[in-house]
Design a protein around this ligand. Structure first.
Ligand code: ADP
Length: 411
């Protein structure tokens, strides 16, 4: 009987998932279906797509007693659907995206109750993600206690950064207590690193910056396809301006909010994580499509600031690398907003970026080069695939192999 792997990326109001056929070591994992449960806490809906993107399911989930669908009920629905469409497959394991692994988790881990308790400690550092990542693991454990679950960390890819990129200029005792720059979006960067040679050839191992621009956003500087610096740091707040997060902020502002304005820690947390970024500056939305569609001066300024911060931080990472040979755009905004890419590339002309305007505007699926043949910096759009990365790690953990197989040409 064929085994399948389920990958879960659980957020505050939605659960994204993907199912893969388990492959033999060394062969490619094949995605059977993907989808999401959206509207958790409101009007929940299950959406599933099959191979080739065909819509297999789109239905409201009826809630019988409680007016709110909790994580356990959401997963019951999902397992029910998967069970009815398993076509003879059994479920071998579930792999999860877990945003923060701290210093302790430098590799994907088979989850135990002790590990879950340790991961709880990182919730204050990623409050938008970590509690939802962990409650998904708990919900599945209570439904299917014997099913192996593997936690894959967004921090892991950045463990290769040099000390100076990870350090905070704080007293040693604070650093030793774990206050350092971890970096995030590691599963996305690891996937991009795994496919870079397919597109960039030898430049893949050169000085590359990848821009992951989704609801959360960060840049990662890579050399030899390893992270050497990133714009996100200790928490998921640092670096670029995001949908609802502020990005880099003078710590004096936080002191001012608490000391002079009398705000409590929770109110400050809400302000910085949920009410800032595109949403705070535009006053309209944290969703780039909505902000781009608006012609208010505030919306235009929000995009100006968003672009300015990317261009500025790109310069910082180019300095960390000692130059720049390739720039890669990925995630929702990076893959889809031609105008955002154009503006960033215009601001990066001093680094040797020359954009092919027509290639940039073309709405083509898949990876593509958008720089001119003469551009000193190769610019690419490469769709990310965090789910596949999680599936690869989950399979490796189950097979007792070392993770990072992609370097050796594994699944
Ligand atoms: P997440 O971080 O939740 O995975 P995504 O990678 O899906 O997020 O990115 C979501 C962001 O991508 C939103 O701001 C959304 O508006 C933006 N986006 C998606 N499609 C487009 C588009 N065609 N043009 C501009 N922005 C887009």
């Amino acid at each position: 009987m064929t085994q399948a792997l389920l990958v879960i990326n659980s957020g505050s109001s939605s659960v994204k998932f993907a199912a893969y056929d388990v492959a033999e070591p060394g062969s490619a994992l094949a995605r059977i279906a993907n989808g999401r449960i959206e509207g958790i806490g409101g009007k929940p809906r299950l959406l599933v797509w099959g191979q080739g993107g065909a819509l297999l399911e789109d239905r409201r989930i009826s809630i019988s007693s409680d007016p709110v669908l909790g994580p356990e009920e959401a997963f019951e629905e999902l397992f029910d659907w998967l069970g009815r469409h398993a076509a003879g497959r059994t479920l071998g394991a579930v792999g999860h995206r877990v945003v923060h692994g701290g210093e302790r988790f430098a590799r994907p881990a088979l989850v135990t109750p002790e590990i879950l308790a340790q991961l709880d400690a990182f919730t204050p550092l990623a409050p938008l993600h970590q509690p939802h990542n962990l409650s998904a693991i708990r919900a599945i454990a209570s439904l299917l206690p014997d099913l192996p679950q593997v936690a894959c960390f967004d921090t892991e890819f950045h463990a290769t950064q040099p000390w100076v990129a990870q350090a905070c200029a704080l007293p040693r005792a604070i650093t030793q207590a774990g206050v350092k720059r971890y970096g995030f979006h590691g599963l996305s960067y690891e996937y991009i690193a795994s496919v870079l040679p397919d597109y960039l050839g030898p430049v893949a191992n050169g000085r590359v910056v990848v821009a992951h621009l989704g609801n959360g956003a960060s840049l990662c500087a890579m050399r030899n396809r390893r992270s050497i610096a990133s714009t996100m740091g200790f928490s998921t707040l640092d670096g670029l301006m995001m949908g609802t997060r502020c990005g880099s902020l003078d710590p004096g502002v936080v002191l001012h909010l608490i000391g002079a304005l009398g705000m409590g820690v929770q109110a400050v947390e809400k302000l910085l994580y949920e009410q800032s970024g595109l949403l705070g500056v535009s006053g309209i939305s944290g969703d780039m499509r909505t902000v781009e569609a608006s012609d208010t001066p505030e919306a235009r300024q929000a995009i100006d600031l968003y672009v300015y911060r990317i261009a500025q931080q790109l310069g910082c990472l180019a300095a960390s690398l000692g130059g720049l040979e390739a720039l890669v755009f990925t995630a929702g905004i990076g893959e889809n907003s031609a105008s955002l890419r154009r503006r960033v590339c215009e601001d990066a002309a001093w680094l040797g970026v020359a954009l092919d305007v027509d290639a940039n505007e073309a709405h083509l699926p898949g990876a593509r080069c958008i720089s001119t043949p003469g551009s000193r910096v190769a610019v690419w759009v490469i769709p990310t695939n965090e789910e596949l990365m999680i599936a690869r790690h989950t399979q490796a953990v189950l097979q007792g192999r070392e993770a990072h197989d992609w370097r050796g040409g594994g699944a």
